[in-house]
Design a protein. Structure first.
Lengths: 326, 170
C-alpha cells in the first residue's frame, strides 16, 4: 500500500490530495469550512478569485467522467488557473506511452498541479511519488481505491443539511465492492464521528471483511434503511464487473432499488444522495431521484466549492495567518 | 503611549465625509473591509446615511501573500449591491499600513463593476507604505515602530490596542 503521508508536508498541511485514508478530522473539517467560504464566489457577477492565477493545472482523465471533470474544470477556472484537459482517446497513452512518460512530458510543460482519474488503484499515489517538488497531485478517482473529492463533497452536503455528524445514521447502498466512492465515504464518515455507518448490498457486491472499516453490514435494504438520516445510493458499475455477480438489473432493482415505499423506512427528514451518474430504474426509482428528499443536484454544486477548497489549501501551504498586513 | 478614542476618530471622519452625501440623487456607497473596516463603516453609515445599505468586502481571496500564508478557512462572504457601476464608493478600513489590503480590496471591487470613483477613509494611518496608496480621509496618523502592531477590537466597544511583537518568539 502506498504511503498515505505522501499527502502531507512537514507541517502536516495538504501537499497532495490522494485519499481520505491517512488524513485526520482537522483537515477534513478545514476542507469543509474552506469550501463554505467559496460558495459565495458563485453568486458574484464575476465568478472568479485570483488564488490560482498564473498556475497551470492539467486534468488527466484516463477514464470517462462528466461531473467530476467539469466541476474540477470550473473550480480551477473560478480560481483563475490556466487549465489543460487531456482527452484520453487522443492522448499519447492510447498510442502506448507509459504513465511515467506522460507525466514527465507534462512536467516539461511546467504544470503545477495534476488532477488525475485512472482505472488503476494507486495511480494517483504513483504520480505523486514521481512528480517534482512543488508539483501537486489530486486524485479524481483511482480504480476501486478512492475518490476523495467526491467523498468530501458528500460530507459537505450532509453537513449542509444535517449540521452535525455525531448523531447521524448514514446508509451507503449498492455496489460497495467496486466503489471507490464508498471507500472514501466510509473513511470520511468515520473520521467525522458519524454515529453509525451502514453498508447495504447483495453479498456478491460486498467487499470481504468490510466490517473492519467500521461499518454495519446489511444484505436487506428494508432492514438497513430503518431510521437512517442519510441514504447514499451508488451506481451499479457493470463495466467493472467480471463474472456473474448479479442475476439481472431488474432483479437488482426488485431487491436493492430505492423506491418511495422503501424510502418510507428511513427517517422522515432523510436526504437521498447519489454521486452520479444514476441509473434510473436500476438502483433508484425516478420519482425518488426527482423527489423532495433528493439532494443529488445540490451535490453537484457543492462539488465545485469543495474542489476549490482543496486546491486552494494545497497552494496556500503553510496556512499561517499574517498580522498587521494593513 | 496614549491612543485617541475611537469615537473621536469616527466623529472626525463623519464630519469630513458628510458633504459627499449632500445630493440625495447620487449617494456614495460605504464599503467596509472585514473585519475592523466593517465596524467603522457601519458607524459611519449610521451617522451619515442611516437609510443606506452597507457593502462588505472580505479580501482573503485577493491577498497577494496568499501562497505564503494560506487561506483562513472561514472567509466571510463579500456583499456589494449588484450594481456598483458609476457609483462613488467610500472604502473604509481601520488601519492603513502597507497598502496591500486596499489594493486587494480595489481588485475585488472591480470584479463587481466599474465605480465612478473610490474614496479611501481610514481610522489610523500608521505609515510604512509598501505600495503607493494614499487615504482621502484619515482619523489620525500615528508613527509606530515596525515591531508594533495596532489593532481595532470590537464591535462593542470599539477600542484600539497596540501590541509589541517579539520577533524572536515567532
Amino acid at each position: 500500500m502506498p504511503n498515505s503521508n505522501l499527502q502531507l508536508d512537514d507541517n502536516g498541511r495538504l501537499r497532495h490530495f490522494l485519499s481520505i485514508e491517512g488524513l485526520d478530522q482537522a483537515i477534513l473539517t478545514e476542507i469543509l469550512d474552506t469550501a463554505k467560504s467559496f460558495t459565495s464566489v458563485a453568486d458574484r457577477p464575476v465568478k472568479k478569485v485570483p488564488i490560482l492565477r498564473g498556475k497551470t493545472v492539467a486534468n488527466l482523465f484516463f477514464e470517462a467522467s462528466t461531473r467530476t471533470r467539469s466541476t474540477f474544470e470550473l473550480a480551477e477556472q473560478r480560481l483563475s488557473a490556466d487549465i489543460l484537459s487531456l482527452n484520453v482517446d487522443t492522448s499519447a497513452t492510447a498510442k502506448g506511452e507509459s504513465l511515467l512518460d506522460t507525466l514527465q512530458n507534462l512536467e516539461a510543460m511546467q504544470i503545477d498541479m495534476f488532477v488525475i482519474r485512472h482505472q488503476d488503484s494507486g495511480s494517483a499515489h504513483f504520480f505523486a511519488q514521481h512528480v517534482r517538488p512543488g508539483v501537486s497531485v489530486l486524485n479524481a478517482g483511482d480504480g476501486q481505491h478512492e475518490h476523495p473529492t467526491q467523498a468530501m463533497l458528500d460530507m459537505y452536503t450532509i453537513r449542509h443539511y444535517k449540521k452535525d455528524f455525531t448523531g447521524l445514521r448514514v446508509a451507503i447502498v449498492g455496489d460497495i465492492l467496486h466503489s471507490r466512492v464508498a471507500r472514501s465515504q466510509i473513511h470520511a464518515l468515520n473520521l467525522l464521528n458519524t454515529a453509525e455507518v451502514r453498508v447495504i448490498a447483495p453479498r456478491t457486491l460486498m467487499p470481504v471483511a468490510v466490517e473492519s472499516l467500521g461499518v454495519r453490514v446489511y444484505d436487506d435494504l428494508e432492514q438497513g434503511l430503518a431510521d437512517v438520516d442519510v441514504i447514499i445510493m451508488l451506481r451499479l458499475q457493470r463495466e467493472r464487473m467480471r463474472g456473474a455477480l448479479l442475476p439481472s438489473e431488474k432483479e437488482y432493482f426488485r431487491r436493492f432499488g430505492l423506491t418511495q415505499e422503501r424510502l418510507g423506512r428511513a427517517h422522515p427528514d432523510a436526504i437521498v444522495m447519489h454521486p452520479g451518474p444514476a441509473n434510473r430504474g436500476v438502483e433508484i426509482e425516478s420519482s425518488v431521484m426527482d423527489g423532495n428528499q433528493s439532494v443529488i443536484l445540490q451535490q453537484v454544486s457543492f462539488g465545485i466549492s469543495v474542489r476549490m477548497a482543496v486546491m486552494s489549501m494545497i497552494v496556500g501551504q503553510s496556512g499561517l495567518q499574517s498580522g498587521g498586513d494593513a | 503611549m496614549s491612543l485617541p478614542s475611537v469615537e473621536s476618530l469616527i466623529e472626525k471622519l463623519t464630519q469630513a465625509l458628510t458633504p459627499y452625501f449632500s445630493n440625495p440623487e447620487s449617494q456614495p456607497l460605504i464599503v467596509g473591509i472585514e473585519t475592523g473596516g466593517v465596524w467603522i463603516a457601519e458607524q459611519l453609515r449610521q451617522r451619515i446615511a442611516p437609510a443606506a445599505e452597507l457593502g462588505r468586502l472580505d479580501i482573503s481571496f485577493y491577498r497577494d501573500d496568499f501562497t505564503r500564508h494560506g487561506l483562513h478557512p472561514t472567509v466571510k462572504p463579500s456583499s456589494l449591491p449588484t450594481d456598483i457601476d458609476d457609483r462613488c464608493i467610500v472604502l473604509v478600513d481601520d488601519v492603513l499600513q502597507s497598502g496591500r489590503t486596499v489594493r486587494a480590496a480595489m481588485n475585488e471591487i472591480f470584479d463587481y463593476g466599474r465605480p465612478s470613483k473610490i474614496l479611501l477613509a481610514i481610522l489610523i494611518d500608521r505609515g510604512q507604505r509598501e505600495i503607493p496608496v494614499q487615504a482621502d480621509f484619515v482619523g489620525t496618523s500615528l508613527s509606530l515602530d515596525s515591531n508594533s502592531h495596532i489593532k481595532l477590537e470590537g464591535p462593542e466597544p470599539l477600542q484600539l490596542i497596540v501590541k509589541t511583537l517579539d520577533r524572536h518568539a515567532e
